[in-house]
Unconditional design. Structure first.
Length: 350
């Protein structure tokens, strides 16, 4: 039995930052994740994708963000159960929870924080009869390493941020980049749309809209696609076809835990602490929903911070704690010493 103060289900950015915020309150954390490494989607799906909305980082690769978060929280020595999926949860007479994984590993904690991102997910695939014949043979639904496409002819299909961002990024890597979207309008950020248009004008990206890929072909691996553009249909040579139509998220076993679910997300009380309908179980990050919810890493960090304050009160009922800015008190290092900053006035909170 692995025992901890806060059991975090999901080791993505929000889960990792929870470790840091809990550590400032001297609370120990253990994380469960079905993936074999921390980082969630940032490490598994798009480690080389640039992220632009992390404070103090004008641009940071998703994989590098994971590394920074691990570096930030390692001083609080979190535990990890990786490559295992949280399967069941049972509340004990003493108010604690026991979470058991699909491999039988048991974890006990008074507080459970579900930070599972979008949950388990599968890529949305275009409806093409023989598409499965070319999967991993030139058709990829996720770009993990852009160097894989160096010097290649790449066709990307989609109209969201991923399609736009990867088209921009690969324009300096691939020998030829084509972006195909079934509409003239894109769903992504305006800056990205304008950048794609600029690269099109420079001849670095071929943009075909409104259009749709309706067929693929090749001898053992993909060599071409069939594009329907208005009333015309034509063949285009390529080395890789990357449909980026998003992911179909699934909560998995968590959906059976008695939590209140709305549109495949967990409802929480955002007016207080992001607690679910079950006291002691919180949901933070992309996995939760509430009025005005934004699925941004930044918002997950904020939710994790407030959740940890509420968790402290559950674990230490009636105990007063002092909120100190890290610029005042510093943080605990590996050697147990505290890096002290000059003393200033701090605020006590019940």
């Amino acid at each position: 039995m692995i025992k901890t103060d806060i059991l975090i289900i999901g080791a993505g950015p929000t889960g990792l930052f929870t470790v840091f915020e809990a550590g400032l309150l001297k609370l120990k954390c253990h994380l469960i994740d079905a993936l074999p490494q921390p980082g969630g989607q940032c490490s598994e799906i798009y480690p080389k994708k640039p992220i632009y909305d992390i404070p103090a980082y004008p641009e940071i690769l998703a994989g590098d963000l994971t590394d920074k978060l691990l570096e930030q929280c390692k001083q609080f020595e979190p535990g990890f159960t990786l490559g295992e999926r949280a399967e069941t949860i049972d509340k004990q007479e003493d108010g604690t929870f026991i979470v058991t994984t699909n491999k039988g590993t048991k974890h006990q904690a008074p507080v459970v924080a579900i930070a599972g991102g979008l949950g388990s997910f599968e890529p949305r695939k275009p409806i093409i009869d023989n598409i499965a014949d070319y999967e991993d043979k030139g058709i990829e639904y996720i770009i993990k390493d852009p160097e894989f496409y160096r010097g290649k002819k790449v066709v990307i299909a989609g109209g969201g941020d991923s399609a736009l961002d990867w088209s921009i990024f690969l324009s300096d890597v691939a020998s030829d980049v084509t972006l195909i979207h079934r509409r003239n309008e894109f769903r992504g950020h305006l800056d990205s749309v304008e950048k794609v248009q600029e690269l099109k004008n420079q001849g670095k990206i071929e943009l075909i809209t409104p259009a749709e890929v309706v067929g693929v072909g090749g001898n053992g691996k993909i060599e071409s696609i069939i594009v329907k553009h208005g009333a015309n249909t034509f063949k285009k040579a390529c080395d890789h076809f990357v449909p980026l139509f998003g992911l179909s998220p699934k909560l998995g076993p968590i959906a059976n835990w008695g939590l209140e679910i709305e549109k495949n997300a967990i409802k929480v009380n955002n007016a207080l602490d992001y607690q679910t309908n079950i006291p002691g179980i919180f949901a933070i990050g992309d996995v939760n929903t509430y009025p005005g919810k934004l699925k941004l890493i930044l918002c997950g960090f904020h939710e994790a911070t407030l959740m940890c304050q509420a968790a402290y009160q559950i674990i230490n009922p009636g105990k007063r704690y002092v909120l100190k800015y890290t610029t005042v008190s510093g943080v605990n290092g590996f050697d147990g010493t505290r890096k002290e900053a000059p003393k200033q006035v701090v605020k006590a909170i019940d």
